[in-house]
Design a protein around this ligand. Structure first.
Ligand code: LMR
Length: 340
């Protein structure tokens, strides 16, 4: 490959304005500042990448001398394979893995991987804000992982070396997936071969022909330059790729109360900014792709319902694992009038 995603400085519009959040400058302290290492696997010009940058900026404004933040993007410190263990060992203090990457620590969180459960990001947001969704933030404390917030990326699309109009078109193709049993079953249900790979290895696997397709959000697809190897993209919106901002529980509760409260306020502000900007970032990335060489396939309602019918059988497979009560709660809030 000749152009690395890192080299492509494509700042997505809309976030810069949100960086205008100004905070009170914290009092300097003679003690050593607390260092928070924030590691993630995506590019800076994505919802999560921008969220990390805003978090650092606000901490430096409001907690100057007390807390400092070091960001490690693009799997430059830890990648998918080792980041959660590094967090549990306190080698890194904040991560925001996609919700698909917690299956080892939380069966219930896998709900977010069920295909066609949520119609859109607004429905995802409603579920995350309600009691059942919020409970999931504290469900991994036995593993020394505490959820601080949900951050949005967006709805997932399919990309491939060939046109995917109907579910049968995916048959026989290898798709790179995140390490999620449900996503594995989803592609198996299509007669495709799911290949679990770290995010950082995906572009190379496409270049090598090891995989012929993948699923991801527009902002991830665009910032990783998948279109170099995946000329066809199908707008399926078949699932969600969101994040949980997590910390090491012992580290977090050892932070002095006043500082921790300030950090929690910062996280609230950053979460608000990330979650307001994410959808637009995906719209912008989609537009840039469609203005390039990408062949963008949009589906009719009938075609989309065929994809739904092909993927949805995995719900039954995982109902007992996740819990029917949680699935029902998500279905309730998915109704368009649920937020009213
Ligand atoms: C992926 O592995 O495709 C995503 O989880 C990457 C990310 O963090 O958005």
């Amino acid at each position: 490959m000749n152009t690395s995603p890192l080299g492509r400085c494509r700042l997505l519009l809309g976030f810069a304005a949100l960086l205008g959040f100004a905070g009170a400058v914290g009092a300097a302290s003679s003690e050593e500042p607390i260092v928070i290492k924030f590691s993630h696997v995506v590019a800076d010009d994505t919802p999560k990448g921008q969220g990390a940058i805003l978090f650092k900026k606000l901490v430096e404004e409001r907690l100057a001398g007390k807390v400092s933040v070091k960001i490690f993007p693009n799997s430059s410190l830890y990648g998918d394979a080792d980041e959660l263990q590094a967090l549990r060992d306190n080698n890194v203090q904040i991560l925001a893995p996609s919700l698909a990457k917690f299956s080892q620590y939380s069966k219930q969180l896998q709900i977010f991987d069920l295909p066609f459960l949520f119609d859109d990001l607004a429905a995802v947001n409603r579920f995350q804000q309600r009691a059942k969704g919020r409970q999931l933030l504290t469900g991994m404390q036995e593993s020394n992982i505490t959820g601080l917030a949900y951050w949005h990326n967006g709805m997932k699309q399919l990309s491939s070396t060939k046109a995917l109009n109907k579910p049968a078109d995916a048959k026989g193709l290898a798709f790179r997936i995140q390490s999620s049993p449900i996503i594995e079953s989803q592609f198996a249900a299509l007669g495709a071969t799911p290949v679990k790979l770290p995010f950082a290895d995906t572009l190379q696997a496409m270049a090598d022909g090891k995989v012929q397709g993948t699923e991801n959000t527009w902002s991830n697809i665009y910032s990783q330059t998948y279109e170099k190897y995946q000329p066809y993209m199908t707008e399926t919106n078949h699932g969600v790729l969101d994040y949980m901002l997590v910390t090491n529980t012992k580290f977090w509760y050892a932070i002095p109360h006043a500082t921790r409260t300030e950090l929690e306020g910062i996280i609230e502000d950053v979460t608000f900014a990330v979650n307001n900007a994410a959808e637009q970032q995906n719209v912008d990335a989609r537009q840039r792709l469609s203005q390039g060489k990408t062949k963008l396939i949009t589906l009719t309602e009938q075609e989309r319902s065929e994809w739904r019918a092909a993927m949805q059988p995995v719900w039954k497979q995982y109902e007992a694992v996740i819990g029917a009560d949680i699935i029902n709660a998500a279905e309730q809030v998915n109704r368009k009038n649920a937020g009213k």
